[in-house]
Design a protein around this ligand. Structure first.
Ligand code: ADP
Length: 193
């Protein structure tokens, strides 16, 4: 089972690269951002809680996210593997994910971190705001999300570095070049197939 963790700040290209990866390796895309937006759209109780945090650029509480992932695992037992996009976003989530995988005799095979400068992130997200109209793509909220990433999410990198699974890729290259490099890393350094 191939479980890939795609990591990086908001706007670094995780969504775009995830879509290519699931096609190339035949995996299931697991984007907590997409799942949460769907809950919000459907105005479920979970969606109402999530909306409150997302619109401020804050993280949704760990217990909400972990519960959501657990449920998803239970309904997708027979997939070839997952591309985790936007999760785990805190060390507590990473620990919970490791536990859930361990229970199923699985593991994270590799973590790919997309590196993009703050200036480029801001530019890309302002651009995306014009196209998609996401409420959290407003300038001061974007800046807050980047701050939250640095403070609460970036420590997850060290967690996987300790397991020798973390690899950095320059996310400022073309979409195709980034994808080629990600695949090269997966094929060479993945701890499982
Ligand atoms: P981006 O990577 O551009 O920030 P996402 O779609 O991944 O976009 O996430 C949008 C928002 O959803 C985040 O700012 C956060 O509020 C919430 N969110 C998504 N995933 C998580 C998570 N794993 N833990 C906590 N909050 C999350």
């Amino acid at each position: 089972m191939l479980n890939i963790l795609l990591f990086g700040p908001p706007g670094s290209g995780k969504g775009t690269q995830s879509k290519k990866l699931i096609q190339h390796y035949g995996l299931k895309h697991l984007s907590t951002g997409d799942l949460l937006r769907k809950e919000i759209e459907e105005q479920t109780p979970l969606g109402r809680i999530a909306q409150h945090y997302i619109e401020k650029g804050e993280l949704v509480p760990d217990n909400v996210i972990i519960g959501m992932i657990e449920e998803l695992f239970n309904t997708h037992q027979n997939v070839k593997g997952f591309v985790f996009d936007g999760f785990p976003r805190t060390v507590a989530q990473a620990k919970a994910l490791d536990n859930m995988l361990q229970h199923r005799k699985r593991t994270i095979c590799i973590m790919i971190i997309l590196e993009v400068t703050d200036q480029e992130l801001l530019k890309r997200m302002l651009n995306r705001a014009k196209i998609e109209g996401r409420k959290d793509d407003e300038p001061h909220i974007i800046e807050h999300r980047i701050k939250v990433y640095k403070e609460q999410t970036a420590p997850v990198i060290d967690y996987y570095k300790k397991q020798d699974k973390a690899f950095f890729i320059n996310g400022m290259q073309s979409e195709e070049a980034v994808f080629t490099e990600i695949c090269e890393h997966i094929d060479k350094y993945s701890k499982c197939k």
